[in-house]
Design a protein around this ligand. Structure first.
Ligand code: COA
Length: 322
């Protein structure tokens, strides 16, 4: 019998503090209209001083677990995607496992920058399809505000904090139809965040903040996402019109609009959260999925295309029958 990974529940968490474009305009030379026109972002959430990737992940995860109506003990595998882990080790997945009171399951982190949740979905799908496990919790959790250079107007306007979660369970009815993930490590210079603790003589002057060549990243993202969308549809013998919802990584509204146009989808079929969340890196796709599901737009039986692009570069997609 063919096994599929089905979405049993979703969850999301956004920290309380709202940082608007106006707030940012008070400290760097920018404006609300520039940011909104170029990115589609109006505000983003900022984690509190006592919050961590694992504390935010726990809230999103519990919501997904409650919706799925399973007990935490039934989770076989926890994957956390984060670029802002609580500690170098233990992994944030292990810290989350403990917070959820689970023992003896598999738990590890995935580092694929903004594509982390799609990587997590792909790994989970392989584990479930093989029959190795039944239930997988995938969480993307990020405190981007702590690795952003708040004096760099080219990057500080883009990022936000939050956590998104999805619980997948094994079933014989169609769920995840296919996943497609890729990396090309030749683009480190275009988008990176140093680890000052592991610096060499050569790069010990670098701060632990994000550096990005925004315009070049933008073009790469648009071209790469257009290709992966084609590949995903071809792999499933589907037409553009078969896709009900696009759930994209939330980096820039113009990147999202280009992908929607390629799919001949109207923006009414796209879940957009970045206006009030900014780019929450590996949390963004799962937060958007949670938004679409919880406000009733994404309905059972519909076909949903998730995609992301991030540092590395890494990129990927997942086609899901919800
Ligand atoms: N406010 C006002 N001006 C700004 C600005 C800001 N916040 N940020 C940059 N500028 C200026 C630049 O200094 C430049 O000025 P110059 O022409 O005098 O040199 C001008 O705006 C154009 O800069 P550019 O970088 O070409 O703008 P852009 O249209 O590419 O927009 C981004 C910048 C960052 C919004 C856009 O490139 C982007 O979103 N890139 C993709 C980022 C992304 O997706 N990253 C994550 C991948 S997961």
């Amino acid at each position: 019998m063919m096994r599929y990974a089905n979405v049993l529940g979703t969850g999301g968490y956004l920290p309380e503090e709202i940082r608007t474009n106006e707030h940012i305009s008070q400290t760097v030379d920018t404006s609300d209209s520039w940011i909104y026109e170029r990115t589609g972002i109006k505000s983003r959430r900022i984690a509190g001083a006592n919050e961590t990737a694992s504390s935010m992940a726990e809230i999103a995860a519990r919501q997904a677990i409650n919706t799925a109506q399973i007990s935490p003990d039934e989770i076989d595998l926890i994957i956390v995607a984060t670029g802002t882990p609580d500690r170098v080790y233990p992994s944030t997945a292990c810290l989350l496992q403990h917070r959820l009171g689970i023992k003896n399951c598999i738990a590890f982190d995935v580092q694929a920058a903004c594509s982390g949740a799609i990587y997590g979905l792909s790994i989970a799908d392989q584990y479930i399809k093989s029959g190795a496990v039944k239930n997988v919790l995938i969480v993307g959790s990020e405190i981007c505000s702590r690795i952003v250079d708040w004096s760099d107007r080219g990057t500080c306007i883009l990022f936000g904090d939050g956590a998104g979660a999805v619980l997948l369970g094994s079933s014989d009815k169609a769920g995840v139809l296919s996943t497609h993930i890729y990396s090309d490590g030749g683009y480190e210079d275009m988008l990176y965040c140093p680890n000052p603790q592991a610096a060499t003589e050569a790069n010990k002057h670098e701060l632990g903040t994000i550096s990005m060549r925004g315009n070049e990243v933008f073009k790469m993202a648009v071209n790469t996402l257009e290709r992966i969308v084609d590949e995903t549809l071809e792999a499933n013998n589907m037409e553009k019109s078969d896709v009900d919802w696009l759930v994209p990584h939330q980096a820039n509204i113009r990147i999202i609009a280009a992908t929607a146009k390629k799919l001949k989808m109207s923006m009414d079929q796209v879940i957009v959260t970045l206006e009030e969340q900014g780019n929450t890196s590996s949390a963004s796709v799962l937060l958007a999925l949670h938004q679409g599901v919880s406000d009733g737009r994404i309905q059972r039986g519909q076909t949903v295309l998730l995609e992301a692009f991030g540092a590395g570069f890494t990129w990927g997609s997942a086609l899901i029958k919800y």
